[in-house]
Structure formats: C-alpha cells, structure tokens
Design a protein around this ligand. Structure first.
Ligand code: NAD
Length: 482
C-alpha cells in the first residue's frame, strides 16, 4: 500500500489547472476541443478513446480488481480516505476546471460545492459498515448473507454534475472491492479525466480508468462481456437503451434517470420564510440538476405572496461567468439545452402564461446564458410544466384543492424527487406519503446525503445509490447456510 509520506508527496502534485491539463489533455492536433460554455473559449482537448482501448481497459480492470478485492474493508476504507485527501489537495484546481468546462460558478451550490461533495462522499463511503447478516439461527440451522464484490463496474455519466456523479459511482464501487471503467459525458470529459488523475495519485493502478468518447463508446461499455455491473446516470431514453443492451450479458444495473420534480406549497406555508430554499431547490446548478424542483404547485391563498417572494430572491442572484467570484448562476452547458429551455418558455408564453421575470435571453451574447425565469398563471398541461426543462426556469402553478395538486404532482411518468412545504409537519408528512417519488423532502428540495439511499421510481430510475444500500448495489449477495 502507498505509504503516508509518498502519498503526501504525490497529492501535492496537481494543484493548478495547468497541472491537471498536463496530466490529461490530448496532444495538440488530436482529441476533441472543449469550449467554455460561458465564453466560447477553448478549455482543452479531450482525448478520444476507441473500442480497442475499452477492451484493454476492461482487461486491466479485471486484473487490478483481483488484488483489490483481496484487501480488507479497513484497507480499502483507508485508501478511500486518502483519495478524499487528494481531492481536497487539488480542490481549487478541480473547481476551476469544472467551472470552465461545465459553466457552473465557483460559488453558490456549484463548483466548489461539487468538489467538496466528492471528498465528502469518499469519506462517507469509507466509514460505512457492512457486516454479514444472520438470517436464521435456530434449531433448524443457520443462514448468513454477506456481500462480495461484483467485479468490474462500467460507469457512465452526464454533464450536469460530472465530478460528483462520477464519485457517486466510484466511491461505493471501490469500497466494495470493485474496479471501475468510466465513460464521462462527451460534454464534460476533462472534468472527469482530471478527477481520475487526482484519485490515481493515491489509488492502485488500474482500479479507476476514465475513457472519454462519444455515446457509442458508452454503448460498447454496456455490451462488454468483461463488465459485470453498470451504473448509469443520464436521460431516461439512454437508460432504456442501456437496459436493452445489458440484457444479453445479464449485467446488474443501477439507473439514475431524468425527473420532473414537483413541489407542493401548502396553505399554511410562509412564503417569505421558504422562498430562498424553494429558489435553490429549483435553481441549483442553474436548474441543470436531476432532482431539482421543476414544477411548483402553490395554494391559491399563498400564490401571489409566493410569486413575489421568489422574484425578490431571484433578483438578488447574479448570473455570469463562473470564474467571477460574485456569480452564483451560470450558463446552460450546451446549445442543445439552451434551445430546449428557450422553446419551452416560448410555449408557456404562447399559452398565455405570465412571465414574472426573465424569458428574454440577450441575443448574440457569448455563452449560453438564459436568464433566471419565473413563470406564473400557467396551465398544468403546458409543456413547460409537463417536460423536464433542465434550466433556470420555474413554472408556478396555482391550485385550490390539495387532492388536485397531488394528482398533478403524480400525473407524470417520472418520479425522482418531490417536496412538500408547510409549517404543520404532520400534515406535510401525510401529503409526502401520497407522492409517487423516490424521495420526498419536507421544507427543502434536492438535499442529497451520502448516508441516505437515493433513487427514482417510474421512469426515473432503477435501483438505489448511497448509504449501505448503495454498497449492496455494487456487490453480489452471497448466502451461506448450514
Ligand atoms: P444522456 O443520456 O444524453 O447522456 C448520458 C451519458 O450516456 C453520456 O455519457 C453519453 O455519452 C452516454 N450515452 C449516450 N448514448 C448511450 C448509449 N446508447 N449507451 C450508453 N451510453 C450512452 O444524458 P445527459 O443529457 O448527459 O444528462 C441529463 C439527464 O440526466 C437529465 O434527464 C437528468 O435528469 C438526468 N440525470 C439524472 C440524475 C439522477 O441521479 N437520477 C442525475 C443527473 C442527471
């Protein structure tokens, strides 16, 4: 195992964006150029890997996994903590690169927050206890269930939280004795390659391999006979393709897919008191978050006050280039997403909705900036409500009857998160129990915690991440009975 002194030396090595780029970038004239979505300037060249590279990576992973699996939980946990130290030593450089490539600001619940979460997730996974469970112990005999490594995990990620979601896949996989071959989004490969380089300063060779490339490389990973388990985070459509592709080799699957989370503001809520938390529930990462609040249902008695309070909060949140310290909202990550958001707001406008603020992007400016947009007096069946907008826009729908609001909240084919806002906790919990979602938060939204299992119902996902449940999902149950 790496010793304390060599680790400290190693993790001192990648502390600037220049260091990170030197470790990961494709040579001049090769790879794909990644542009800063805030400025249109070049961030760097991402190497493109082939299916032959994938075969080699899977073979390397299998080899590395054998000795890793033979280590004790304590040893693996120690290395996860070292990996967290490495992330912390490179935190500023990682955050700056993430900000440039993804667009998210350094401050607010954005780039520095994301890098901090990577270290926190590694440490949390290092600390979980997973013990054999005694199922039967009586005169008939004994049965015990234990969890053994699944082998090689193929991980595929999206572009919205590229580092954090990669760590959600990496941390439990390593802790359980697996190796990981990871295919990052083609929109944010540099961020994940950099994270991999930082982790690989302290981890045994071959356990984490990041292969940048297009969706086809992801598809090859999902069909690869040497991969035992897939962890995928991305759109529902790709998740469905992955499920089909994984069928031939019967791979284990964890799918974290799209959502269109509803929030219900009850008649006894205090709009002024909740406005800032509602705002960040919706606008975290400029709305480009799977479990962000994407439709807000507000009781008519609180409707005007809630709209006004949200506008008040939103007006105080600066949007701009991520590396400028004052900004807390950034651009959309790519043109395709910008066009989706702009089209949905146009539909709302054409449908007679009231645009409380935003809705008019500045033409011909550099970067994919879409202004913070709040939309009121909108019908529940408008596309801005019924489709995942994944941008800085929140439709606010008025309701008079709580049963109607619950029916609207449950009326879509997705169910990742949801939230209930009110002062009477018993009432809020009773409403929460009626919402069809993997998680329902009360008086907050999207607050994930490494100790608390997270996953979607309906078309939002399959399986759970985080906590001991998350460890089990990258393991094989093994029963011994005597
Ligand atoms: P996407 O599905 O377009 O792409 C995700 C990844 O899949 C990329 O790396 C892509 O290259 C790869 N891919 C594309 N085609 C593939 C194929 N046929 N086989 C294997 N891999 C393939 O998703 P996106 O646009 O990057 O991400 C946004 C979506 O992700 C949103 O819907 C969002 O809600 C969802 N999301 C969900 C969670 C969650 O935890 N549930 C978290 C973040 C994002």
């Amino acid at each position: 195992m790496t010793t304390e002194s060599t680790t400290t030396e190693a993790i001192a090595g990648l502390t600037t964006v220049k260091d990170l780029m030197a470790a990961i970038e494709a040579p001049e004239g090769q790879g794909v150029e990644m542009m800063d979505p805030a400025t249109g300037k070049l961030v760097g060249r991402a190497p493109q890997r082939t299916e032959a590279d994938l075969d080699e990576a899977v073979a390397t992973a299998r080899e590395a996994q054998r000795s890793w699996a033979a280590r004790s939980h304590a040893e693996r946990s120690e290395l996860l903590n070292r990996a967290a130290d490495a992330v912390e030593a490179s935190a500023e450089a990682l955050a700056a690169l993430l900000s440039r490539e993804q667009g998210k600001p350094l401050n607010g619940p954005n780039a520095r927050f994301e890098v901090g979460a990577c270290a926190a997730w590694l440490r949390a996974n290092a600390g979980f206890q997973i013990e054999p469970e005694v199922l039967v112990d009586d005169e008939s005999g004994k049965a015990v269930i234990d969890y053994v490594p699944v082998g090689v995990v193929g991980a595929i990620g999206p572009w919205n939280w590229p580092m954090m979601i990669s760590i959600w896949q990496i941390a439990p996989s390593l802790r359980m004795g697996n190796a990981v071959v990871l295919k990052p989004s083609e929109y944010t490969p540099l961020s994940v390659l950099a994270l991999g380089a930082v982790l690989n300063q302290v981890l045994p060779a071959g356990l984490i391999q990041v292969l940048a490339g297009p969706g086809e490389l992801g598809a090859a990973l999902t069909a690869h006979a040497g991969v035992d388990k897939l962890m995928f985070t991305g759109s529902t459509k790709t998740g469905q393709a992955i499920m089909r592709s994984a069928a031939d080799t019967l791979k284990r699957l964890t799918l974290e897919l799209g959502g269109n989370d509803a929030g219900i503001v009850l008649p006894d809520a205090d709009p002024e008191a909740i406005a800032e938390d509602v705002f960040w529930g919706a606008f975290i990462n400029t709305g480009q978050t799977c479990a962000a609040l994407k439709r807000l249902y507000v009781h008519e008695s609180q409707y005007e006050a809630m709209c006004e309070a949200l506008v008040g909060v939103a007006q105080k949140m600066p949007m701009g280039v991520g590396l400028e310290e004052e900004n807390v909202l950034g651009p959309l990550q790519n043109k395709q997403q910008f066009d989706i958001v702009a089209g949905l707001v146009e539909d709302a406008r054409n449908g007679g909705a009231r645009i409380l603020m935003g809705g008019d992007p500045v033409p011909d400016q550099p970067g994919y900036f879409y202004p913070t947009t709040l939309v009121a007096e909108i019908d529940n069946d408008n596309r801005l409500v019924s489709q995942e907008q994944f941008g800085p826009v929140l439709p606010i729908v008025k309701y008079t009857d709580l049963d109607q609001a619950i029916a609207w909240a449950n009326g879509l084919d997705v169910g990742l998160g949801s939230s209930v806002w009110g002062t009477d906790l018993d009432e809020a919990r009773a409403v929460a129990a009626r919402l069809a979602a993997g998680t329902t938060w009360i008086n907050k939204h999207g607050a994930v915690d490494p100790r608390v299992p997270f996953g979607g119902v309906k078309n939002s996902g399959y399986g759970l991440e985080f906590g001991v449940e998350g460890l089990k999902s990258v393991a094989l149950p093994k029963v011994t009975s005597w």
